[in-house]
Write a protein that binds this ligand. Structure first.
Ligand code: GLC
Ligand code: CA
Length: 567
């Protein structure tokens, strides 16, 4: 396989609002990030993915951009941004900007002018006449309600897949595409090293705009078949690649909802010239309810494995995977797939191991490296996220669901689980700032924080550092082929990697009890070395010898990675 720097890299995601507040207004900011660059560098990652910092009225925490070439006031100034880029490059860190080009804020100049019917902006967004005194079709938006909003000055409706303050851009209009390209080039000329493209597989819409299928009890029709992965999206991405991405030595990752591995090969195929990789949601949907993400059920391991094994094997040699458990939209993985009480540290390390030993580029979300957990609140008023708040209303008021049940779902799945502030130390406000926090600090910050983990050689933080170092040292971790083991087991997640004259055996237990597993014949009695395990008190690079017999026992949430060399 062709070697590429972005295949060998590890990415760290910063959600700026919750990362570090430098001026005591309770909101994380760019100077705060600059303060913490040494910490990030120490971790060993190569790239920072920065969630949006552009000017925004903050209906969706920056994913509603009102000016692509300006910085949100609370976060700082363009000078701060230039300083961040400068400081990062000085330290050898690359910057991946989060860019939202499926929609803008309704406060963006383009939209305001489009509303007023000013040329050339009239067709910058998706405008349709109403039907029978209502919206043009029955599509529902992601953040509740119809996907269409009426605008009096045009006597027409505009489309918004997300909040009504997030109107969708009209990608069919070549002027829109040119504006977007110009804006991205402007950032690349500033020196940014790549983009994370927000909901990028939604940019092409089925131009017939048909009604969506309506499930019994659902207030709106399903817009997904007409708005996600519409074939023309590939034409648009190839054009962006030709005119923008291919002109710079950058990395691109697309956020793509509702994608199969088949789609993955198209978006991230080595010969497709679209994106370097995508974020699939399939493995994030394992604990969804029947018609939405809202459910209070725990995931099944066989389902999770089936999905991850499929993406690993189907993309192999054809396209590149991203690897993630967490981001600003997902609950904390140690609470979701691990055990954040009895096996907090061990299960956090196991989950890190299970993910980082796969083929792909790993992403770490702020706080994951110290095992930050979900944070639950009593009632919906305490939640901040537009998705949780609108979902609660829609499910209880329109769909008649039990509010207590809905609250349980929200505690488990709310995006706010990821958005409590970073736990830097055990001091006031967890070291996030000096004067309060914009949303919430998880009360467990006294036990779980960076300060206490830096010195502790057995900490989750130091374990993550070691995982990253291993990737730099062993090409098999980056480039090795993937083979799954024990696909039917509900208790363990095991697999093999193969590269040149080496093999890697990865054993991870997802169980709270001892698990006996049978060792594949070719490793029985063979001498290997343990590259990493969450069971010993050792986090240095000492190579423990290891020789497995026919059967071996895994402790609860044990993880072990064994290297076999066939010299
Ligand atoms: C993506 C972002 C999410 C945002 C949505 C709409 O899914 O990750 O935070 O709400 O797009 O922009
Ligand atoms: Ca601040």
């Amino acid at each position: 396989m062709k070697r590429d720097w972005w295949k060998e890299a590890v990415v760290y995601q910063i959600y700026p609002r919750s990362f570090k507040d430098s001026n005591g207004d309770g909101i994380g900011d760019i100077p705060g990030i600059i303060e913490k660059l040494d910490y990030i560098k120490e971790l060993g990652v190569d790239i920072i993915w920065l969630s949006p910092v552009y000017r925004s009225p903050n209906v969706d925490n920056g994913y509603d951009i009102s000016d692509y070439k300006d910085i949100m006031e609370e976060f700082g100034t363009m000078e701060d941004m230039d300083e961040l880029i400068y400081q990062m490059h000085k330290k050898g860190l690359k910057l991946m900007m989060d860019i939202v080009i499926n929609h803008t804020s309704d406060e963006h100049e383009w939209f305001k002018r489009s509303c007023r019917g000013e040329e050339p902006y009239t067709d910058y967004y998706i405008w349709k006449k109403g039907k029978n005194g209502g919206p043009p079709n029955n599509w529902g938006s992601y953040f509740g309600g119809s996907a269409w909003e009426y605008c009096e000055s045009r006597d027409a409706y505009y489309l918004h897949m997300y909040a009504k303050k997030q109107p969708d851009l009209n990608w069919e209009n070549p002027k829109v595409r040119e504006e977007v390209k110009k804006m991205m080039i402007w950032w690349l000329e500033k020196g940014v090293d790549g983009f994370r493209l927000d909901v990028i597989n939604l940019i092409a819409k089925d131009q017939r705009f048909p009604d969506g299928e309506k499930k019994p009890g659902a207030p709106f029709g399903n817009m997904i078949p007409y708005t996600h992965n519409v074939p023309k999206v590939h034409k648009f991405l190839k054009e962006l690649n030709r005119d923008v991405f291919s002109k710079y030595p950058i990395v691109t990752v697309g956020e793509t909802l509702e994608t199969t591995a088949e789609d993955g090969k198209k978006y991230a195929g080595f010969n497709e010239h679209e994106l370097n990789m995508i974020f699939t949601f399939e493995h994030m949907n394992v604990d969804n309810g029947e018609n939405s993400k809202w459910s209070d059920e725990r995931f099944r391991l066989t389902k999770l494995k089936e999905i991850m094994n499929r993406w690993q094997t189907e993309l192999q040699g054809i396209a590149w995977n991203s690897l993630y458990w967490n981001n600003h939209d997902q609950p904390r993985v140690v609470s979701r797939f691990g055990n954040d009480r009895d096996f907090w540290s061990r299960s956090a390390k196991m989950l890190g191991t299970c993910l980082h030993m796969m083929q792909g580029t790993p992403y770490i979300y702020q706080g994951e490296e110290i095992g930050m957990t979900n944070c639950s609140f009593e009632n919906i008023q305490q939640y901040e996220d537009v998705e949780s708040v609108t979902a609660f209303r829609q499910h209880t008021e329109l769909m008649g669901e039990d509010p207590n049940y809905m609250m349980r779902c929200i505690r488990k799945k709310s995006r706010d689980n990821a958005r409590t502030v970073m736990q830097w130390d055990a001091g006031p406000f967890g070291g996030f700032g000096t004067n309060g926090v914009w949303f919430a600090l998880n009360p467990n910050y006294k036990q779980i924080n960076v300060g206490s983990q830096v010195e502790d050689k057995d900490s989750i933080l130091n374990y993550y550092k070691k995982l990253i170092q291993l990737r730099k040292k062993y090409p098999i971790i980056v480039y090795g082929d993937y083979e799954s083991l024990f696909a039917d087991s509900e208790k363990n997640f095991c697999y093999i990697r193969k590269y040149e004259r080496e093999e890697l055996l990865i054993l991870c237990s997802f169980s709270e009890s001892l698990q006996e597993i049978s060792v594949p014949v070719r490793y029985q009695g063979r001498r290997g070395k343990i590259l990493i395990t969450n069971m010993t008190g050792e986090t240095n690079m000492n190579m423990d010898q290891c020789q497995l017999s026919e059967r071996t026992v895994l402790e609860p949430y044990e993880a072990k990675v064994i290297l076999y060399e066939y010299l």
